[in-house]
Design a protein. Structure first.
Length: 147
């Protein structure tokens, strides 16, 4: 189960919410970390209208932290209703996808890899997983190119 946070954490049943919709799920290893804060999330905010014009109904930012942190992160960046900020607190969703990484040596524990998934009516159309630091295959422009 994914946890979505607006004011307080709420269950977000991804299968139910994305049925019949086109969505982008992008994962960040850590809110408030440099690449996530300076490139990844701002890239999706900037591309929000372009993604909508290509039929994307929902943009979901996921991180292996609790919903309260994701809520604070979203407020800091003013995502409002443009991006759903979702906490995968126990890494259940990221683990089920095989997209976790162990950042224990960096003081962060188990986190998601940096990735983006394009889903159309529950069918995965694109998966971009970063193989090196930075934002390329998981960024908004890579997803736009696949639409």
């Amino acid at each position: 189960m994914l946890i979505h946070c607006i004011i307080s954490p709420l269950p977000f049943k991804i299968h139910e919410k994305l049925k019949g919709k086109k969505a982008v799920i992008f994962a960040i290893p850590g809110p408030f970390t440099p690449t996530c804060s300076e490139q990844h999330v701002p890239g999706y905010l900037e591309a929000h209208e372009a993604l909508q014009s290509k039929g994307v109904n929902d943009i979901i930012c996921l991180s292996v932290v609790d919903g309260f942190i994701m809520s604070a992160f979203g407020k800091t960046f003013g995502v409002k209703d443009k991006i759903i900020m979702a906490g995968d607190g126990s890494a259940l969703f990221s683990s089920a996808l095989g997209l976790t990484q162990d950042l224990t040596n960096n003081g962060m524990g188990i986190r998601s890899k940096r990735f983006a998934i394009l889903v159309d009516d529950l069918v995965v159309k694109y998966v971009g997983v970063e193989q090196a630091p930075g934002v390329t295959s998981s960024g908004a422009q890579a997803v736009l190119a696949k639409l």
